[in-house]
Design a protein. Structure first.
Length: 126
């Protein structure tokens, strides 16, 4: 009887562990509002692009003492990223004291917008 109870206890613990693992896996793979690996990779790529554009803005500011548009960054070879990563398009807004780079999703999915500014913090909005 003791061996049967021990075996049953092990099965219950393994079952609970598998349930928790599956739940965690679903929540991790749902980053960016999608459950498919391509969508997750796309969100990660867009965040990387935003960081790259923000770093290019910092480099441009260090050499030119002003912030630049996306075209100026590309023309000046500070950046090789073009206008976006489908379904996102990129836009840069500048002022004398800072910049904001925005990635806007065109197909209505989530997140609808991601942005970064001179603080180098990526923000999302739906």
């Amino acid at each position: 009887m003791g061996k049967a109870f021990g075996f049953l206890s092990v099965l219950i613990v393994v079952g609970v562990g598998l349930y928790l693992y599956a739940t965690q896996l679903r929540s991790v793979s749902a980053v960016g509002g999608t459950n498919n690996p391509t969508g997750v990779a796309n969100i990660v790529g867009v965040k990387g692009d935003l960081l790259g554009i923000a770093n290019a803005e910092r480099q441009y500011y260090a050499s030119q003492s002003k912030y630049a548009s996306l075209d100026e960054l590309t023309d000046g070879h500070y950046l090789t990223i073009s206008g976006g990563r489908p379904p996102y398009t990129y836009d840069v807004e500048t002022s004398g004291s800072g910049f904001q780079v925005t990635a806007t999703r065109s197909d209505g999915g989530t997140p609808a917008k991601l942005s970064i500014d001179e603080t180098m913090q990526v923000q999302t909005s739906n």
